[in-house]
Design a protein around this ligand. Structure first.
Ligand code: DC
Length: 239
């Protein structure tokens, strides 16, 4: 390998449903490559959290669009992952509650909110690149020209088990059955909404993570990165 991933690749996208492993994969792949990590779900969560905190009407598009335009939201890379701040306050943990998770669809389904998010995400990418961007629309809408796109998936029971373990360790009082039913509801909402539904981006590599350990999943993605780098190198040497 004569060129590093950092010199050749600007954006890698990872999309997929909740619990598919995409957040862990994005964070670890970014670490391995020395790339930044853009967690776009955290942005939707932060706006949801702020809307709830301000007592906004979650059915009022104008209020939500206005909040998304005004919010002083930042994603700050740190040694132990990305810190999410609103007006300088660390909300990294506060945006992971069941309440925020269950209400995020009010924010994520508004076209005006999404348009604003797309602008913010592209602006962040210009500042942070090279980066691994994860979400539901990264390879389809936000970075359709990314050099490498992944779509991660896993069966719903596995995804529910992973979310359950995460929430247990952060002290949330929920049952596995509640999580599974929440996942099924959100899957249906995410993939049928009219604006930027969750779908496999054209040209994306689909990875089924159902029976994969974290290490195996990251190895698999890194293997594809190496393959793409070799292809890019070959193309460049022919020019
Ligand atoms: O990945 P997550 O669970 O942190 O996402 C939180 C919410 O934001 C979830 O309702 C899906 C939505 N989302 C989205 O619509 N588009 C993205 N690019 C990222 C997340």
């Amino acid at each position: 390998m004569t060129k590093s991933a950092k010199q050749s690749i600007r954006v890698i996208t990872i999309d997929g449903p909740s619990g598919s492993g995409k957040s862990t994969a994005a964070r670890k792949l970014a670490q391995r490559l020395g790339f930044a990590h853009l967690d776009t779900g955290a942005m939707y969560r932060a706006v949801t959290f702020q809307a709830l905190r301000q007592g906004l009407n979650l059915r009022d598009s104008a209020e939500l669009i206005n909040l998304t335009k005004q919010i002083d939201l930042d994603l700050v890379p740190t040694a132990h992952g990305t810190e999410v701040t609103i007006c300088g306050q660390d909300v990294t943990e506060l945006i992971r509650t069941v309440e925020v998770t269950e209400n995020a669809h009010f924010i994520a389904s508004r076209r005006g909110v999404r348009d604003e998010m797309v602008k913010r995400q592209r602006k962040l990418a210009r500042k942070l690149a090279p980066l691994v961007a994860e979400g539901r629309d990264q390879g389809t809408v936000v970075f359709p020209h990314a050099q490498l796109k992944f779509f991660l998936d896993a069966d719903p029971a596995t995804r529910a088990r992973r979310r359950y373990q995460q929430l247990q360790s952060s002290g949330e009082n929920v049952t596995y059955e509640q999580i599974l039913s929440g996942i099924q509801t959100r899957d249906a909402r995410d993939s049928t909404r009219s604006t930027a539904p969750l779908e496999v981006p054209p040209g994306a590599i689909i990875v089924d993570t159902t029976n994969m350990s974290v290490e195996k999943m990251v190895d698999e993605l890194a293997r594809h990165v190496q393959r793409i780098l070799s292809t890019l190198e070959q193309r460049q040497s022919k020019q």
